[in-house]
Structures are given as C-alpha cells and as structure tokens.
Design a protein around this ligand. Structure first.
Ligand SMILES: [Fe+2]
Length: 321
C-alpha cells in the first residue's frame, strides 16, 4: 500500500462487514506505522475482520480507485434497498450512516466528485424521510444514536428542525426544503470526528480554531462550486454562513445579521436549538424556557423571523406575529 495518505481511504470494519458479501476489492489493515497486512479480494473477511477488531483495529484502508467503486456500490444499495419493505428502520439508519461516512471520506480524500455529491443528495433526502416517519424525535435519537454516525445524527435533527421551521412560512415549497436539508448535510462534510472535539474545546473562542476548521464553510462552498455540480445558490450560501452570528461574532466572514439570509438564519437557529435539546435530554418541560431564551437571543433581522418560526413550529404564539 502506498503510504501517501491521499491515495488511501478509510473504511470502518463494522460498515465493511455489513457488505462483506459484496467486497470486490483488496483491503489493507494497518497494524502499526510500519506494518500493514493486505487481505485480497475473495478472502474470507467475514472470518478474519472480527478477529482484527477484537485486537483493537477499527479501520481498514482501500486504495482510491477501489474506494470509488465502493461508493458506487453504496449509492446503488441506498437506491435499491432503502424502501424495500424488508429493510427495517435500523437498517435504514445504518445504510445512511455508512453512506454519510463514505461521502465524508470521499470529500476529504478524493475531493469533489459527481458521485459524492449524488450520495450527499440521497443521504439528505432519505434522512429526512426516516426522521419524518418517526413519531417522536427524542425516541428516534435514543433508539438510533448508537447505530448512527454522531455527526449524521446531529445533521438529521438539524435538517428536520430546519425544514419544519421553513414550513411555517408562506413561501415554503418542497424544493426549498430540499435545498435547505442538503445544506444541513453538507455543511461540515470535510470535517472529521476529531475536528468536532476541537470545536467543542474552543467554544466561542473561534480565533483559536485551526485554519482548516475556521475556513470549512468557504472551503466546502469552493469545492462544490469548482466541481461544476448542480448545487443551488441557496444551499451554497447557507453552507458559507452556517457559523455566522447575528452580532458579527461568528466565522469565517464575521457577517452581521443584515447580510445573513433568512434560510441561513433558520439553519443557524435550528442547529443551536438542536444542540440545546440534546444538552437538555429533550426535556419537554424545558421547551418553553428554551423558546423564550431563543426569542431573546435572536431578536435581530432574519434571526427574529427564524426564532418566531421555531415558536410557531411548537404551536407557541408570539404576540404581534
Ligand atoms: Fe460547520
């Protein structure tokens, strides 16, 4: 295996075992910095991989060309099996999680590709379908959080909240909700799980963020636009603005509320709200307090409209609106 990290993509063993019958590529296992084992296609990986996992190996590596085939396989799977009546909700969540992780790895290691963008669109649409069919968002979170990539679970809840908030406006359409949902899925697509730990440790001290994290909204936008993909302008702007704050203290452009679009404001408020809900263990009694807090916090321009839409979504009337 070439040692250049750009030529190999990471794939977790659990995901691979779900598709072990369809593995048509060689895989590499790094046992240490200077020891790598190759498993040839056709070897009994169902037998072998669990043993490596027991030894503490979580990931295998696949070379670029073969990873592209794996992505295509995953997308085909998502298209053909997702709505099959025999596919349970757990299977659906695992499929989405595998697909999201593969899309992220593809964006990080292979850059922009039509395949990865199509995967992101599929994951976005199908994530919303899964969350929308659940009767209770809290139970959904509890039931599936162990089965789902942590960031994807977060994105699913943000996307769900964002689209419900949009539904309270008279300009809402299915198309605009789809564009907003895609922004929620793609907003952090080049960040790795460890990057979220760094972000959490920095809190609101954004100037201490590593450049890669600080610039990710613009870098993702640049990638999507350079790829000549058909990503809408609305989605691109939402991605660029998703860490801005109404008072200009956000990043990377330190925009003020006057230049932040209503769709961006909705996504920003939705993300903040979802994080607050998770912190509060989805405590129903805390909802009202949270809504009052959000109306106070987001009182300017489009953020005010976003905060009001959040209240309306919960059937809470805001006097004067
Ligand atoms: Fe982000």
């Amino acid at each position: 295996m070439e040692d250049d990290k750009k030529t190999v993509c990471r794939l977790d063993i659990d995901s691979l075992l779900r598709f072990e019958g369809s593995v048509t590529f060689d895989i590499y296992i790094r046992l240490s910095d200077d020891k790598t084992v190759k498993l040839s296609r056709g070897e009994d990986i169902k037998q072998v991989l669990p043993k490596y996992k027991e030894k503490g190996v979580d990931y295998v590596y696949v070379i670029k060309e073969q990873y592209i085939q794996y992505l295509e396989f995953l997308r085909g799977n998502l298209t053909s099996k997702f709505y099959n009546p025999l596919t349970s909700t757990i299977d659906q969540v695992e499929m989405l999680s595998d697909s999201y992780k593969a899309t992220r790895e593809s964006f990080i290691k292979l850059g922009i590709s039509e395949n990865a963008v199509l995967m992101a669109e599929e994951v976005s649409r199908k994530s919303l379908d899964v969350v929308n069919k659940s009767a209770n968002i809290y139970q959904f979170f509890i039931a599936f959080k162990e089965k789902c990539d942590k960031q994807l679970m977060n994105k699913m809840l943000i996307s769900y909240t964002t689209t419900l908030m949009i539904s309270t406006f008279d300009w809402q359409t299915a198309a605009i909700k789809e564009k907003a949902a895609l922004s929620c899925i793609l907003s952090d697509i080049i960040l790795e799980p460890e990057d979220f730990d760094i972000m959490a440790a920095c809190g609101t001290d954004y100037k201490n963020l590593p450049e890669k994290i600080y610039n990710h909204p613009l870098e993702i936008s640049r990638m999507l636009q350079s790829g000549g993909s058909m990503i809408s302008k609305e989605t691109i702007i939402m991605i660029e603005q998703h860490h801005e704050k109404p008072d200009g203290t956000g990043y990377p452009k330190k925009l003020r509320h006057t230049t932040i679009t209503l769709l961006s404001a909705i996504q920003i408020v939705a993300e903040d709200f979802v994080e607050a809900l998770i912190r509060n263990n989805f405590d129903h009694k805390a909802h009202k307090e949270l809504l009052a807090l959000f109306l106070n916090k987001y009182y300017q321009g489009n953020f005010r409209k976003a905060a009001i839409s959040l209240c309306k979504m919960f059937g809470v009337d805001v006097p004067g609106f």
